[in-house]
Design a protein. Structure first.
Length: 143
């Protein structure tokens, strides 16, 4: 008779469940070091722009050109005539005079704006209103 078969191997032990027992102590994992904050007062200024070479023109020692001097002279002349009671918005003198009211100044300033608006919109407005009135008259005549 043949020899008996070998006995089956013993069953493997059951795997341990990874269950945390309340009696076990679990070590805390160390927290990573936080990134340090940048210094709020640290400032790297941008490099200065390159210097422009001095202009290669006739330097007569003057700080302003003739054009600039003339423009400044005209501006100061206008200012002095304004102070003496020269032309203003209303054509009567400086704005600060007591006989020139704010209403008069607004009237002078708004007049050209109103004229432009009327030139653009009045023809179509009149046409639309006349058409509406004609339609009313025609409807009354048909009733």
């Amino acid at each position: 008779m043949p020899p008996p078969p070998p006995p089956p191997p013993p069953p493997p032990p059951p795997p341990e469940d990874d269950v945390l027992e309340l009696t076990e102590v679990v070590p805390d994992e160390p927290l990573p070091e936080p990134e340090p904050f940048p210094d709020p007062f640290a400032y790297d200024p941008p490099p200065p722009p390159p210097r422009r070479p001095p202009p290669m023109d006739d330097d007569d020692g003057r700080l302003m050109s003739q054009f600039t001097e003339d423009a400044a002279s005209r501006a100061f002349a206008g200012l002095s005539s304004f102070r003496r009671g020269g032309p203003s918005l209303t054509g009567e003198g400086p704005i600060g005079r007591s006989d020139t009211t704010l209403e008069e100044i607004v009237h002078v300033l708004v007049r050209p704006i109103l004229r432009e608006w009327l030139d653009e919109n009045l023809p179509s407005l009149v046409e639309r209103l006349v058409k509406r009135e004609i339609e009313k008259v025609v409807r009354r005549g048909l009733d």
